[in-house]
Design a protein around this ligand. Structure first.
Ligand SMILES: [Zn+2]
Length: 216
């Protein structure tokens, strides 16, 4: 990537995700050219402890599956809202579904804040050699990490630009860390009868293209 483009992208991110300029100065270029985004780990957003053992798979995932959480399309784009949304999802998955922890590996808020989902997903991603077994896509959880976008996009709503930008950045970083081809990004409905992730599914070709560009 041309330095001016990288700078522009960082500026975009700083605006989109509300990141302080200082937080971007030490950006690591792990294995490829993708920018490492800020991700709030479970301790940062105050997640509950898992109710049982979380399994860490000692190999790299081969694809990414995109979801939406079907939460309300909030117009609160704050980091606090991203944390509240992470709690809402965790409570739903642990208390209603009876799962050990949040089903997704990562969540992207409508304001462009990233939170770690299932505990351990963040250190596994930064390590780049293992990933946490989630509960997000039947038949795919041992091969794919799940990234869920806050909101519901199956009834005509369009995702906020900040969420889109940060989804691109997170996917690019995950692809670089795990050596996943940019073409290997899918939507939940590719693997089952669901409307998830709504219009994001129609946007997958553009997502793959922008991820590829972010890595080059
Ligand atoms: Zn889904």
């Amino acid at each position: 990537m041309h330095p001016s483009n990288l700078f522009r992208r960082r500026l975009l991110l700083a605006g989109a995700a509300g990141l302080a300029a200082g937080a971007l100065s030490g950006v690591a270029h792990a294995r490829g050219a993708a920018v490492q985004p800020d991700i709030d780990g479970t301790k940062v957003w105050g997640a509950r402890s898992p109710q049982g053992t979380v399994s860490v798979l000692q190999y790299r995932p081969s694809r990414i599956v995109v979801h939406h959480t079907v939460s309300a399309n909030s117009t609160d784009y704050s980091r606090a809202r991203a944390h509240a949304h992470a709690h809402w999802v965790q409570d739903l998955h642990m208390d209603d579904n009876g799962w050990v922890d949040t089903g997704y590996n990562f969540l992207v808020s409508r304001g462009g804040w990233i939170t770690e989902g299932r505990t351990g997903s963040l250190p596994a991603l930064t390590g780049g050699r293992a990933f946490v077994l989630g509960a997000h896509t039947s038949g795919q959880n041992t091969q794919a990490i799940g990234i869920a976008c806050e909101g519901q996009y199956h009834a005509g709503a369009q995702p906020p630009q900040a969420q889109w930008e940060v989804l691109v950045t997170l996917c690019a970083y995950a692809c670089d860390q795990y050596g996943i081809a940019s073409t290997q990004i899918f939507g939940h409905k590719d693997y089952g009868t669901t409307e998830c992730p709504g219009v994001y599914h129609d946007m997958l070709p553009e997502l793959r293209a922008e991820v590829a560009a972010a890595r080059s």
